[in-house]
Design a protein around this ligand. Structure first.
Ligand code: HEM
Length: 497
């Protein structure tokens, strides 16, 4: 064969090998994918090693005899063809699988916030998707989700995030049923609506501190509100959980350690550093719990020692308290960021919040923001094959209860895309219509705390402050859920000043 033909064949084979890897490379390079990797220690290195390894193999093949290169390119084409065939929406129909594409390298879930709504419109309320190699069946409609949990609750388990492994008995959200029931009873018995009510003065104090800092640091180009919101929720929860005063030195020590153990950043820290920070936090929490037995301020710690005198010696309980503040504080801060974004996008509501004497408006704004934006999805792993609306979900697959998408069903909420806090006037919505705090036996233990933290921030915000957006951009998928743009900035001022 002439040399030029051989060179062209070689180039074509190399282009095939590079092209086959392209979707995986695009996925690895996407910011949204990398955000998610933050919570999974070891995975970024594994992916990097796989990319370098593949590049090495392609380079070696480039020097290898042409027949070997051609065989490798043909094999890569077969693999790509199989992946393409498997990504067809009707793949597995004869096995009873629901419709929808299992494309492993699709980024739609983290690049298009309407992707699941579009899929439900296309395929119906039960459909399958692929997410970075995982096979997931999505279920939309809370009535359907609740019925499914009632019928198949025992066939499903709550799969854990890696921070779960840092706690000896695991994080409550992912515990096996017996242990989960024990710790849930203990924590729910101490984190009561009465305790949250008793904690409202400290939340008001912390909200005033956060708002003063935001106004004090604001410039013409604006500030990033996110760190202020996280500081507000974390400080408030530390004080309420541990019975700490506003200037307790323990607050500063704990706040400095939280970024080290943050579940979204575990892959950026060494295991040794995270374990050491967690051990120090556990020690601080144990000391505060012992102190609370003789203290006078209402706290979660006091409720825990009253129920179990050995509470400060239980590392599983301590780790759970530490991570409830980490995960719950972050979710509540993210909710408040969405509230600021919604108010920035709906100045009429912001003006009304500033004018009104109706204390319920702040709460309605929070509920509506939870409906539209800060609703978590709920995921379970299927342990035994189950049937959902006539479709099979094989063992090992994930079930995703699409809470956020269910909140956008026009049959449940009229004109669902509209930001309308007044839809929460009157009776609270039914559990089959509204579930930002989850479904089944793992529903959120922090529900009343979240609503108190958010409304106690919003009331003084609307009553005494002005703000305007100085920078913004499209929403992004953060480590765990959709977030306003990282460019979102506010120029912020106190009316009193
Ligand atoms: C905007 C803020 C929050 C939202 C939207 C939220 C939402 C949720 C959801 C959907 C679940 C169920 C997860 C599942 O079934 O897999 C859950 C569970 C949980 N949440 Fe929250 N949460 C928030 C804040 C908090 C806070 C501040 C705390 C602190 C006490 C907290 C404590 C918990 C706990 C302990 C569980 C696990 C309960 C169990 O497994 O029995 N959450 N949350």
């Amino acid at each position: 064969m002439p040399d030029t033909v051989l060179i062209v064949l070689r180039l074509v084979a190399l282009a095939v090998l590079a092209g086959v890897a392209w979707p995986a490379l695009r996925m690895a390079a996407s910011t949204a994918f990398r955000n998610r990797l933050g919570a999974h220690p070891g995975l970024p290195h594994l992916i990097l090693a796989a990319i370098v390894g593949y590049a090495g193999v392609v380079l070696a093949l480039a020097m290898a005899p042409l027949p070997l290169l051609a065989v490798a390119a043909a094999a890569a084409l077969v693999v790509a063809g199989l992946a393409h065939w498997r990504a067809r929406p009707d793949f597995g129909r004869r096995r009873g699988l629901p419709p929808g594409s299992l494309a492993a390298t699709s980024l739609a879930l983290v690049e298009d916030h309407r992707h699941l709504l579009d899929q439900a419109r296309l395929h119906g309320p039960v459909f399958k998707i692929g997410r970075f190699g995982q096979k997931i069946v999505c279920v939309q409609g809370l009535e359907r989700c609740n019925a499914l949990l009632r019928r198949h609750g025992d066939d499903l388990v709550s799969g854990g995030l890696p921070f779960d492994r840092l706690i000896p008995g695991g994080f409550i959200r992912y515990m096996p049923p017996d242990r989960h029931a024990r710790y849930r009873r203990l924590l729910a018995g101490a984190l009561t609506p009465e305790l949250v009510r008793a904690g409202r003065p400290l939340m008001a104090e912390e909200a005033a501190l956060a708002l003063a800092a935001m106004a004090g640091q604001s410039t013409a180009t604006g500030i990033d509100p996110a760190p202020h919101l996280l500081r507000y929720t974390t400080r408030s929860m530390l004080r309420l959980f541990l019975g700490l005063g506003r200037d307790d030195p323990m607050l500063g020590k704990a706040l400095a350690l939280y970024p080290v153990i943050a579940s979204a950043n575990l892959s950026r820290r060494t295991r040794k550093r995270v374990s050491a920070a967690l051990a120090t936090l556990n020690g601080l929490f144990a000391e505060a719990i012992r102190r609370s037995a003789s203290g006078s301020s209402p706290s979660l710690a006091a409720g825990l020692v009253a129920a179990r005198t050995d509470a400060p010696d239980d590392p599983t309980l301590l780790g759970n308290l530490v991570y409830m503040i980490e995960t719950g504080g972050r979710d509540t801060a993210d909710l408040l960021l969405w509230v600021l974004k919604e108010l920035a996008d709906h100045p009429d509501q912001a003006a009304e919040l500033g004018r009104t004497a109706d204390p319920g408006l702040a709460r309605r704004i929070v509920l509506e923001t939870l409906r539209r934006e800060q609703s978590e999805y709920v995921v379970r792993r299927v342990m035994r094959p189950i049937t959902v609306e006539g479709y099979t979900v094989p063992a090992g697959w994930l079930l995703r209860f699409c809470v956020r998408e269910s909140h956008r069903d026009p049959a449940v909420f009229a004109d669902p895309e509209r930001f309308d806090p007044d839809r929460f006037l009157g009776d609270p919505p039914r559990a089959n219509a509204y579930a930002p705090f989850g479904l089944g036996v793992h529903t959120c233990l922090g529900r009343s705390l979240v609503l108190a933290l958010a409304t106690d921030f919003l009331t003084p915000l609307g009553g005494g402050h002005d703000w305007r957006v100085t920078a913004d951009g499209p929403r992004v998928f953060g480590s765990f859920h959709w977030m306003p743009s990282r460019r979102f900035r506010l120029a912020f001022s106190s009316r009193a000043a």
